[in-house]
Write a protein that binds this ligand. Structure first.
Ligand SMILES: Cc1cc2nc3c(=O)[nH]c(=O)nc-3n(C[C@H](O)[C@H](O)[C@H](O)COP(=O)(O)O)c2cc1C
Length: 391
């Protein structure tokens, strides 16, 4: 069998606290600091704990050249090589390694910058319930939030004394200004009122729809309401439609050029909220949004141009932010409300919609619908724009 190292792996020296009952019995505190080498590979979801000789061997193996295993074993400790094979950081060319090779080849063929690939793979959540995590955090300490964390950074870094600042005039009121004033992240929904098909289609088109497609130099490029790095618009909208007139509740992909829905599966009414909750990592305040939208980016579309590029992943994430703001404004213009969250279960979403994290990565989840009449969950509305204050 020939082997080579996986395409991208970073080794992190980590220190953690370990509780050892034996040491406690011996009269110590029972607590010791453990230092470990942790391998974070772009083709593997799980982290791998490495021994020092494995770290050394890993650094000497080529990620590109296939070499006979026996030839390597003549040069490096066999036990370390066997262990690296077992930990899937060394990959064989035989049938047994076909799946692993496929995932490794995905990373190679997609022109990922190494650090970005590891950040994408290892920042994903699976089955996290943020509410449960908050409860646990609250149980572990009864200190108020500010006492626990201390004061945050000031809202502005002031570079000169106020007397030296050059005051600027504020813009006259305008339709855009009025719209922006009304934009408040929604955490209270009115499930009794379905979204009209017209509002649904209108918000989707304003945010994600293609106004034109140009293929001037032989590359098909969409014109959207928002900018995109290289004009490539890698980010797609995957929908969980929960409460829209004339649209069967279920999973869909939005086709921005045809301005059409691609059905991916029905979801029974009683299962929908549970699915939404899984998607938004247990945040009950987003569960009842009429439409939940996963922003998933086809990295290869952008990395085709920005190959192995230090800025490419950042640019894709920035693109997703623009889409989210457009969604807020498109919804707000119609008297609807919107949200975005980065606290999402990417691994669960990948499974729900059939997405591969290194090819079509989930970056955020947003959504829109009708705001409810009552404030059960706090919203940030210091201007009293959507929740008028009582005098
Ligand atoms: C990238 C990003 C991630 C966010 N994640 C969450 C989240 O996990 N949960 C949540 O309730 N709100 C989330 N929000 C919404 C913010 O909490 C909200 O924008 C902020 O409180 C200011 O309120 P406003 O949007 O009404 O001005 C997120 C916003 C952004 C831009």
């Amino acid at each position: 069998m020939q082997v080579r190292r996986c395409a991208v792996v970073f080794v992190e020296p980590r220190e953690r606290l370990n509780f050892d009952l034996g040491r406690l019995v011996e009269g110590g505190t029972g607590v010791e600091m453990v230092r470990e080498w942790i391998a974070l590979a772009a083709h593997l979801d799980d982290e791998q704990l490495l021994e020092a000789d494995e770290v050394h061997a890993l650094g000497l193996l080529s990620p590109d050249t296939w070499v006979e295993f026996e030839e390597l074993a003549a040069r490096h400790p066999r036990a370390a090589l066997d262990s690296l094979l077992g930990k899937r950081l060394l990959i064989g060319d035989d049938g047994k390694h076909a799946d692993l090779r496929l995932h490794d080849d995905e990373v190679r063929d997609s022109h990922w910058k190494g650090l970005s690939a590891v950040a994408q793979r290892h920042s994903r959540w699976k089955a996290i319930d943020t509410l449960e995590a908050e409860r646990r955090f609250g149980r572990e300490t009864d200190q108020p939030f500010l006492d626990q964390l201390g004061a945050p950074e000031a809202p502005v870094r002031e570079r000169v004394p106020s007397a030296q600042r050059i005051g600027l005039g504020k813009p006259a009121d305008s339709a855009l200004e009025a719209l922006v004033r009304q934009r408040v992240t929604c955490r209270n929904w009115d499930s009794s009122k379905p979204l009209s098909a017209e509002d649904f289609a209108g918000v989707l088109f304003r945010t994600f729809g293609a106004r034109a497609v140009s293929d001037e130099p032989g590359i098909a490029v969409m014109k959207r309401a928002v900018p995109s790095a290289g004009g490539l618009h890698p980010t797609e909208a995957y929908l969980l439609v929960q409460n829209v007139e004339g649209v069967k509740p279920g999973l869909y992909h939005y086709h921005p050029i045809d301005h059409a829905l691609e059905p991916l599966g029905d979801v029974a009414g009683h299962e929908s909220a549970e699915l939404a909750l899984r998607i938004v990592a247990g945040q009950r305040h987003f569960m009842k949004a009429h439409v939940v939208i996963v922003l998933a980016s086809r990295f290869r579309r952008t990395f085709w141009k920005y190959r192995n590029h230090a800025k490419a992943y950042r640019a894709v994430i920035l693109d997703a932010g623009h889409l989210s703001q457009m969604l807020y404004l498109a919804a707000t213009e119609r008297g609807l409300a919107a949200f975005i969250t980065a606290a999402v279960n990417e691994c669960d979403i990948e499974q729900i919609f059939g997405l591969d994290p290194m090819l079509e990565g989930v970056l955020a989840v947003c959504g829109f619908g009708w705001r409810g009449e009552l404030v059960d969950e706090v919203e940030f509305d210091p201007l009293g724009s959507v929740w008028p204050r009582s005098a």
